[in-house]
Design a protein around this ligand. Sequence first.
Ligand code: DX5
Ligand code: ZN
Length: 208
Amino acid sequence: MKIAVSFLTSYYSKEKTIELITKTNADFIHVDIMDGGFVNHKNTELNFEGLLENVSKPLDIHLMCFDPIIYIKKLSILNPQYITFHLEATKDIVKTIEEIKMLGIKVGMALKPNTEVNEIKPYLALVDLVLVMSVEPGAGGQEFQEMSIKKIKELKNIREENNLKYAIEVDGGINATSINMVKDVDIAVVGSYVCKSNNYQQQIDNLK
Ligand code: DX5
Ligand code: ZN
Protein backbone atom coordinates (compact mmCIF):
# COMPACT_ATOMS: atom_id res chain seq x y z
CA MET A 1 0.00 0.00 0.00
CA LYS A 2 1.25 3.45 -0.90
CA ILE A 3 0.90 6.49 1.34
CA ALA A 4 -0.15 9.94 0.12
CA VAL A 5 0.23 12.71 2.68
CA SER A 6 -2.22 15.63 2.68
CA PHE A 7 -0.85 18.94 3.97
CA LEU A 8 -4.32 20.43 4.59
CA THR A 9 -4.22 20.27 8.40
CA SER A 10 -0.85 20.90 10.01
CA TYR A 11 0.94 22.65 12.88
CA TYR A 12 3.18 24.40 10.38
CA SER A 13 2.91 26.70 7.38
CA LYS A 14 2.09 25.09 4.02
CA GLU A 15 5.69 25.61 2.86
CA LYS A 16 7.19 24.01 5.96
CA THR A 17 4.67 21.14 5.91
CA ILE A 18 5.45 20.34 2.28
CA GLU A 19 9.17 20.43 3.03
CA LEU A 20 8.72 18.03 5.97
CA ILE A 21 6.64 15.61 3.87
CA THR A 22 9.29 15.71 1.15
CA LYS A 23 11.88 14.45 3.66
CA THR A 24 9.87 11.31 4.47
CA ASN A 25 9.42 8.17 2.39
CA ALA A 26 5.76 9.00 1.63
CA ASP A 27 4.86 7.98 -1.92
CA PHE A 28 2.80 11.04 -2.87
CA ILE A 29 1.91 14.53 -1.76
CA HIS A 30 -1.89 14.71 -1.74
CA VAL A 31 -3.12 18.16 -2.78
CA ASP A 32 -6.62 19.05 -1.53
CA ILE A 33 -8.22 21.87 -3.50
CA MET A 34 -11.52 23.29 -2.24
CA ASP A 35 -13.80 25.83 -3.91
CA GLY A 36 -16.05 26.97 -1.04
CA GLY A 37 -19.05 25.71 -3.05
CA PHE A 38 -18.88 21.95 -3.40
CA VAL A 39 -17.38 22.02 0.10
CA ASN A 40 -17.59 24.84 2.66
CA HIS A 41 -13.90 25.61 2.89
CA LYS A 42 -12.09 27.45 0.18
CA ASN A 43 -8.38 27.42 -0.66
CA THR A 44 -8.40 27.99 -4.42
CA GLU A 45 -6.69 31.35 -3.84
CA LEU A 46 -3.53 29.56 -2.66
CA ASN A 47 -0.65 29.64 -5.09
CA PHE A 48 -0.45 25.85 -5.56
CA GLU A 49 1.78 26.27 -8.59
CA GLY A 50 4.32 28.25 -6.53
CA LEU A 51 4.06 26.01 -3.48
CA LEU A 52 4.58 22.80 -5.39
CA GLU A 53 6.65 23.64 -8.45
CA ASN A 54 9.95 22.29 -7.10
CA VAL A 55 8.61 19.36 -5.14
CA SER A 56 10.31 16.06 -5.95
CA LYS A 57 7.47 13.71 -4.90
CA PRO A 58 4.66 12.73 -7.26
CA LEU A 59 1.53 14.83 -6.77
CA ASP A 60 -1.92 13.38 -6.20
CA ILE A 61 -4.40 16.21 -6.73
CA HIS A 62 -7.89 15.97 -5.19
CA LEU A 63 -10.30 18.57 -6.58
CA MET A 64 -13.25 19.22 -4.28
CA CYS A 65 -14.71 21.77 -6.68
CA PHE A 66 -17.72 22.24 -8.92
CA ASP A 67 -16.85 22.31 -12.63
CA PRO A 68 -13.42 20.71 -12.06
CA ILE A 69 -12.60 21.08 -15.74
CA ILE A 70 -11.77 24.77 -15.26
CA TYR A 71 -8.80 24.00 -12.97
CA ILE A 72 -7.15 21.26 -14.99
CA LYS A 73 -5.05 23.21 -17.52
CA LYS A 74 -3.46 25.41 -14.86
CA LEU A 75 -2.68 22.45 -12.60
CA SER A 76 -1.18 20.45 -15.45
CA ILE A 77 1.99 22.59 -15.29
CA LEU A 78 2.75 20.84 -12.00
CA ASN A 79 2.93 17.57 -13.92
CA PRO A 80 0.86 15.67 -11.35
CA GLN A 81 0.57 11.91 -11.40
CA TYR A 82 -3.18 12.02 -10.74
CA ILE A 83 -5.95 14.58 -10.94
CA THR A 84 -9.06 13.33 -9.17
CA PHE A 85 -12.44 15.04 -9.36
CA HIS A 86 -15.76 14.35 -7.64
CA LEU A 87 -18.53 12.56 -9.49
CA GLU A 88 -21.09 14.60 -7.53
CA ALA A 89 -19.52 17.92 -8.56
CA THR A 90 -19.30 17.33 -12.28
CA LYS A 91 -21.76 17.78 -15.13
CA ASP A 92 -19.77 16.55 -18.07
CA ILE A 93 -17.90 13.60 -16.63
CA VAL A 94 -16.62 12.07 -19.87
CA LYS A 95 -15.36 15.42 -21.14
CA THR A 96 -13.52 16.02 -17.84
CA ILE A 97 -11.92 12.56 -18.01
CA GLU A 98 -10.81 13.20 -21.59
CA GLU A 99 -9.37 16.64 -20.77
CA ILE A 100 -7.18 15.18 -18.00
CA LYS A 101 -6.04 12.25 -20.16
CA MET A 102 -5.25 14.53 -23.08
CA LEU A 103 -2.70 16.30 -20.88
CA GLY A 104 -0.97 12.99 -20.15
CA ILE A 105 -2.19 12.88 -16.54
CA LYS A 106 -3.83 9.90 -14.85
CA VAL A 107 -7.45 10.49 -13.98
CA GLY A 108 -9.25 9.70 -10.76
CA MET A 109 -12.88 9.95 -9.70
CA ALA A 110 -13.95 10.45 -6.08
CA LEU A 111 -17.07 9.38 -4.23
CA LYS A 112 -18.49 11.07 -1.14
CA PRO A 113 -19.45 8.72 1.74
CA ASN A 114 -23.12 8.59 0.71
CA THR A 115 -22.55 8.03 -3.01
CA GLU A 116 -23.03 4.42 -4.08
CA VAL A 117 -20.47 2.52 -6.13
CA ASN A 118 -23.26 1.90 -8.66
CA GLU A 119 -23.12 5.55 -9.72
CA ILE A 120 -19.52 5.34 -10.84
CA LYS A 121 -19.89 2.02 -12.66
CA PRO A 122 -20.34 3.50 -16.17
CA TYR A 123 -16.96 5.27 -15.87
CA LEU A 124 -14.83 2.57 -14.26
CA ALA A 125 -13.28 1.44 -17.53
CA LEU A 126 -12.20 5.03 -18.26
CA VAL A 127 -10.40 5.97 -15.03
CA ASP A 128 -7.03 5.15 -13.48
CA LEU A 129 -8.10 5.63 -9.88
CA VAL A 130 -11.21 5.62 -7.69
CA LEU A 131 -11.05 7.63 -4.48
CA VAL A 132 -13.35 6.45 -1.72
CA MET A 133 -13.95 9.24 0.79
CA SER A 134 -14.12 7.86 4.33
CA VAL A 135 -15.16 11.29 5.72
CA GLU A 136 -17.25 14.11 4.28
CA PRO A 137 -14.93 16.04 1.98
CA GLY A 138 -13.87 19.51 3.06
CA ALA A 139 -11.87 19.19 6.27
CA GLY A 140 -9.08 17.18 7.83
CA GLY A 141 -9.22 15.68 11.31
CA GLN A 142 -12.60 13.89 11.05
CA GLU A 143 -13.33 10.35 12.17
CA PHE A 144 -13.02 7.43 9.72
CA GLN A 145 -16.44 6.15 8.54
CA GLU A 146 -16.57 2.37 8.39
CA MET A 147 -19.12 2.31 5.55
CA SER A 148 -16.21 2.97 3.21
CA ILE A 149 -14.91 -0.56 3.84
CA LYS A 150 -17.85 -2.12 1.99
CA LYS A 151 -17.36 0.23 -0.97
CA ILE A 152 -13.68 -0.62 -1.21
CA LYS A 153 -14.54 -4.35 -1.30
CA GLU A 154 -17.19 -3.73 -3.96
CA LEU A 155 -14.73 -1.79 -6.11
CA LYS A 156 -12.16 -4.54 -5.71
CA ASN A 157 -14.65 -7.19 -6.81
CA ILE A 158 -15.78 -5.21 -9.84
CA ARG A 159 -12.17 -4.63 -10.81
CA GLU A 160 -11.39 -8.34 -10.62
CA GLU A 161 -14.54 -9.54 -12.35
CA ASN A 162 -14.10 -7.16 -15.27
CA ASN A 163 -10.35 -7.22 -15.49
CA LEU A 164 -10.15 -3.46 -14.93
CA LYS A 165 -7.05 -1.58 -13.88
CA TYR A 166 -8.01 1.37 -11.66
CA ALA A 167 -6.21 1.91 -8.38
CA ILE A 168 -8.34 2.22 -5.22
CA GLU A 169 -7.57 5.05 -2.82
CA VAL A 170 -9.11 5.87 0.56
CA ASP A 171 -9.13 9.37 2.07
CA GLY A 172 -10.20 10.59 5.49
CA GLY A 173 -9.60 9.68 9.12
CA ILE A 174 -6.71 7.31 8.46
CA ASN A 175 -4.50 6.58 11.44
CA ALA A 176 -2.61 3.56 12.83
CA THR A 177 -5.92 1.93 13.88
CA SER A 178 -8.24 2.65 10.96
CA ILE A 179 -5.60 1.69 8.41
CA ASN A 180 -6.05 -1.92 9.49
CA MET A 181 -9.61 -1.84 8.12
CA VAL A 182 -8.52 -0.75 4.64
CA LYS A 183 -5.43 -2.89 4.10
CA ASP A 184 -6.51 -3.80 0.57
CA VAL A 185 -6.43 -0.30 -0.92
CA ASP A 186 -3.61 0.71 -3.26
CA ILE A 187 -3.17 4.21 -1.81
CA ALA A 188 -4.15 5.57 1.60
CA VAL A 189 -4.34 9.34 2.07
CA VAL A 190 -3.24 10.54 5.49
CA GLY A 191 -3.52 14.10 6.73
CA SER A 192 -3.62 15.05 10.38
CA TYR A 193 -2.21 11.74 11.65
CA VAL A 194 1.08 12.70 10.01
CA CYS A 195 0.99 16.50 9.83
CA LYS A 196 -0.28 17.09 13.33
CA SER A 197 2.69 15.33 14.82
CA ASN A 198 6.27 16.34 15.34
CA ASN A 199 7.78 13.28 13.68
CA TYR A 200 6.30 12.73 10.24
CA GLN A 201 8.47 9.72 9.35
CA GLN A 202 7.64 7.95 12.61
CA GLN A 203 3.90 8.32 11.92
CA ILE A 204 4.31 6.98 8.40
CA ASP A 205 6.29 4.03 9.76
CA ASN A 206 3.43 3.30 12.15
CA LEU A 207 1.10 3.01 9.15
CA LYS A 208 3.22 0.80 6.93
C1 DX5 B 1 -10.79 15.90 3.33
C2 DX5 B 1 -9.54 15.80 2.49
C3 DX5 B 1 -8.54 14.86 3.05
C4 DX5 B 1 -8.04 15.27 4.40
C5 DX5 B 1 -7.45 14.10 5.10
O1 DX5 B 1 -11.68 16.71 2.70
O2 DX5 B 1 -9.85 15.35 1.20
O3 DX5 B 1 -7.48 14.63 2.14
O4 DX5 B 1 -7.11 16.30 4.35
O5 DX5 B 1 -7.16 14.48 6.41
P1 DX5 B 1 -7.32 13.50 7.64
O6 DX5 B 1 -6.36 12.36 7.40
O7 DX5 B 1 -6.97 14.35 8.79
O8 DX5 B 1 -8.74 13.02 7.66
ZN1 ZN C 1 -8.20 14.64 -0.11
